[in-house]
Ligand binder design. Sequence first.
Ligand SMILES: [Zn+2]
Length: 685
Amino acid sequence: MTRDKVKKRIEYLVNEVRRHQDLYYKKAQPEISDREYDALFDELLKLERRYPDLALPDSPTKRVGSDLDNEFPEVRHPFPMLSLDKVYTIDELESWIEKSRNDTGYDISFTVEEKIDGSTIVLHYENGILVRAVTRGDGFVGNDITENVRTIKDIPLRLSEPVTSIFRGEIYIDRKDFEKLNSQFDSIYANPRNFAAGSLRRKKSSEVAKIPLKSYVYEGFYGDVSIKEHLKVLHKLTELGFRVFDDVGYFSSTIKKEYDNIFKKHTGWVRGTYRDIDNFIIRMKEVRDKLPYDIDGLVVKINEYPIRDKLGYTAHHPRWAMAFKFEAPQAVSEILDIDVQVGRTGRITPVARIKPVWIAGTTVSNVTLHNQDYINSLDVAIGDVVAVSRHGDVIPAVDEVIEKNDKGNKTFRLPEECPVCGSKLIQDGAHLFCPNRNCPARIYGRISFFVGRGQMDIENLGPETVKKLIELGLIKDIPDIYFFNPDDLLGVEGFAEKKVKLIKEGIEKSKEQPFEVVLASLGLEEIGPKVVELLIEAGFDSIDKLIKTAKKKKPDIFTKIQGIGPKTAEKIIQQFNDPYILDMIEKLKKAGLKFSKGKKEKEEEYSKIFEGQVWCITGSFKNFKPRETAMEEVKKRGGKVVSQVTGKTTHLLVGENPGSKLEKASQVGAKLVTEEEFLKMLNEK
Ligand SMILES: [Zn+2]
């Protein structure tokens, strides 16, 4: 096929696919079978892939997205996309309306629209074709996310008229879809707004296509002088093919006849005079919970564009619009700085230091920002004023930016290098990692996790002491805890003899921790207490068994265990084949830590040779010190143990220098057993 023919064929296919989509979805009258339709679609997709330069920007294939990684280049908005000023009470809102009327001196009217909890999008159309979609960003510069936005079903790729203009709207997700998907993606998003914003920035548009994002468009025709009233613009938007709110209120001094046609077409829209505004607001507050999506307030705008132009803008907001928020934020604070923390696995976590605020019973001064995607979804920068909340017992979260900083700070970007060791960071999933195992931050994280509560729980060896030990060069990694000499601490400030003694005791005592605790304390990826429990239940009751199996590199051995998925299996295999980790385990074994289930758990395995017998002990022994350990062996094998010889005593274990028990035992007819005979009995089975 010549290029010319390809071009024609692509155009033909685009029109056909679109026509059949219309017949199928809008008219419910398909003319061809699903298979025939799929064939057309696939042919179009193939041609577009072979001749990408001939692909049309409004091709229906754009809806399914692509598997190529998207870049989101920064784009300057042609004019500022400002946020709205906010009020929190009807009184404040009414005085703003009153003031606007007085200030302008004209007979102005107002529209009231839903303030949907989504992510703002700026849509550029040329001759009716969607050519660019940009996030709001800081209001001046946003990110080009066109490919992702093209997958959103209700955003027209082509308008009903060949207009060239810019439109502003909101991308959102229905509450029920958020709840369902947020749990699936082990997501970090606190609310549907952040989820929608995060979804829009997924690298692959084919993934965005799978998320049921929706849109409403509420501003347009910037610079177009032919339509001068907002209500008419809203109506025009619906004619062009955009989704516009079903509930729009319009309020003026008197009811205007010229809008009759508009209200006939939009039966959900309401009109009235100024005094009806508060009733409308109260009604919207009531219907709020019945909407399938979250709204956090209403937006009141002056209807007449010439008046809007006259009022203009402050540095941050238009003067012709006001957001009425249903609830004040729990707290408002300023982002003083953003720290970049490096965890024990190398994971990089940005943490916002905020001006301390009191929320739900505690002072909050640090808020996690999770990762770059999360930061992007908020478009947050140092110096921004933000709304912070804590819902239930949940960790505090930044809900949204309320006021951008005026220092020119841009949306925060995580560094490309580890802030502690300077290694180049690597991306794994949504997170960045420092790959350097010897990164001081990772070493500290690893050791303090190991000794911490819930893990080895080494008393008197807290994070501060760990820090000191590393500083002094006494320990360099986990196993050193068991090999350094705590006496070297004597003389160091804060380490008196008593404290050093307690540290020694704590370390010694930790050697008693059972296998499951030791294993989970290593802090290996995906191998937490839950997985350890599953492994042990499945028979992996020693580290040797685990390592031996991991060396076979067969993930299905592990995925067979219910509760262990492919990712965990892969990590188990990878880590137990890692010479560094194997070396660490070897050293800890030498230190005397338990790397298999202890004797106690093996009780069942002993045959009950002493069942029904009653044992007592006298004298001292070579192999049993203290002698009680000999009696433990009796108990394990089903025997009963008593401290004094009575008529019921059946056996007396007799060591060197026996006491009066020997005579008594002979009297009651108990069997006398020497240490040598006893050892033979124990080894029988
Ligand atoms: Zn590092």
